[in-house]
Design a protein around this ligand. Structure first.
Ligand code: ASP
Length: 418
């Protein structure tokens, strides 16, 4: 994409081009940074500068804008659409979409999904100092549109990237359902020769407050670490001090907008990334020789949130036709005792009903209150301290793999996901 003639004239007049360090004065304010290529979602008269902080800003070029060349780019510093990194360990970026793969059109303020993974790399050229970047766009969706078919496609694509020699795989993903996808991949990827790192950002990479650059760089460092697991790497605090590494089946988005929205629930983060340092503090799975996936999933599983006033008719409607039901119960794992007979019927008909807690912190215990005991008798399977979304994908996998087997797969869970 080209800048407007007026913007090109201003750059040419100063003898500056893409990759050079310049200073721009517009409406009395001075900004210094590296000239970035124009992105398809930014207006032709918006000059994109990468600041020394790593963030990109867009400056509207108009009457009275002046521009001074500070320093020409060294050849290897010029952003290129084919980032080098050759000779470094290969890392595959399988982009799914979301804010981390979006750009703001500075004219309208609208956020658009990026269509090429290369768009993502334009904004973080430092990635190619760490690895050989192999980028593919699997989808350009906002993560609320994620579904089982795309999880399966993603798991197969990850296996393929490892077969082609990737040291690690990074999955840029929208933050809304990133935890679900991390849990789904944790169950589908049965053997990993390197890390699978999901990463997102709460603010898009064109905004000065974006967390995209730091999250992506930290994710890349983790992708090169000896971890044979699916993990999530995101800001650990609202400032830019460190990123946390969360186990894929144990992490949840706990805030709508804060940069440190992601937290490990009922466990500690596996480790942290501070600057260039990756520190692993918990026991992690080692590397296997080859990647393998079992992508079978029964999509006909529902997740029901228990609430005061839920009626047997409403519950029956919500669970009608389902092969599995996950209840996010109240407290230790309860739902109105009126629902117990409906659950008994479902279980008698071969439907698996499992119980998690909407408290999130702590474990289910169906032995304390009478309702819990009745639910146990009705055949409800308690899920311990598993997140409801993790229980959902675990049940989807379990039903597809062992349709007849009852009982939660606690051993599998403990060994692989705790
Ligand atoms: N709704 C967006 C999504 O999940 C938010 C984000 O990307 O963080 O795709």
């Amino acid at each position: 994409m080209e800048y407007s003639d007026a913007t090109k004239e201003l750059l040419n007049g100063a003898g500056a081009s893409i990759g050079d360090h310049i200073s721009v004065t517009t409406r009395g304010a001075v900004q210094r940074g590296m000239v970035m290529p124009r992105h398809m979602f930014t207006g032709p008269d918006i000059l994109v500068l990468k600041l020394s902080s790593g963030y990109n800003i867009g400056l509207r070029i108009g009457e009275g804008t002046t521009l001074v060349l500070i320093e020409e780019a060294k050849k290897e510093e010029r952003p290129s659409s084919t980032p080098p990194g050759t000779g470094l360990p290969p890392v595959a970026f399988l982009s799914t979409g979301g804010t981390i793969a979006s750009y703001v059109d500075y004219r309208t303020g609208a956020v658009h999904p990026a269509v090429e993974a290369q768009d993502l790399l334009f904004t973080v050229p430092e990635l190619s100092d760490l690895c050989e970047v192999r980028s593919t766009v699997l989808s350009s969706i906002l993560s609320e549109d994620m579904d089982v078919a795309l999880w399966q496609e993603l798991a197969n694509a990850i296996v393929l990237e490892f077969e082609k020699g990737a040291r690690g795989v990074i999955v840029p993903h929208g933050t809304d359902t990133l935890g679900y996808t991390a849990a789904a991949l944790s169950y589908m990827l049965t053997s990993l020769p390197g890390p699978v790192v999901l990463v997102g950002s709460q603010r898009s990479s064109d905004r000065p407050s974006s967390d995209a650059t730091m999250n992506l760089l930290a994710a890349t460092r983790v992708a090169l670490a000896p971890i044979g697991e699916v993990v999530v790497v995101m800001h650990d605090s609202s400032s830019d001090d460190r990123c946390a590494i969360h186990r894929g089946s144990r992490v949840r988005k706990m805030h709508t907008s804060r940069r440190d929205a992601f937290q490990s629930i009922n466990t500690l983060p596996l480790g942290y990334v501070e600057g260039k340092e990756v520190t692993i503090l918990e026991k992690v799975r080692g590397l296997e020789k080859r990647a393998a996936a079992d992508t079978r999933m029964e999509p006909n599983v529902v997740l029901v949130h228990a609430y005061p006033g839920i009626t047997p008719a409403r519950f029956s409607g919500m669970t009608s036709g389902a092969k599995g039901v996950v209840i996010a119960g109240t407290g230790l794992g309860h739902i109105s005792s009126d629902i117990v007979p409906v659950i008994s019927k479902l279980v008698a008909g071969g439907v698996r009903v499992v119980m998690t807690s909407q408290c999130l912190w702590g474990s289910t215990n169906l032995n304390v209150y009478s309702t819990g005991r009745e639910l146990l008798q009705a055949g409800v399977e308690p899920c311990g301290d598993m997140l409801p979304e993790t229980a959902l994908v675990e049940l989807m996998c379990r039903l597809a793999r062992q349709p007849g087997k009852r009982g939660t797969d606690a051993g599998h869970r403990r060994e692989r996901h705790e």
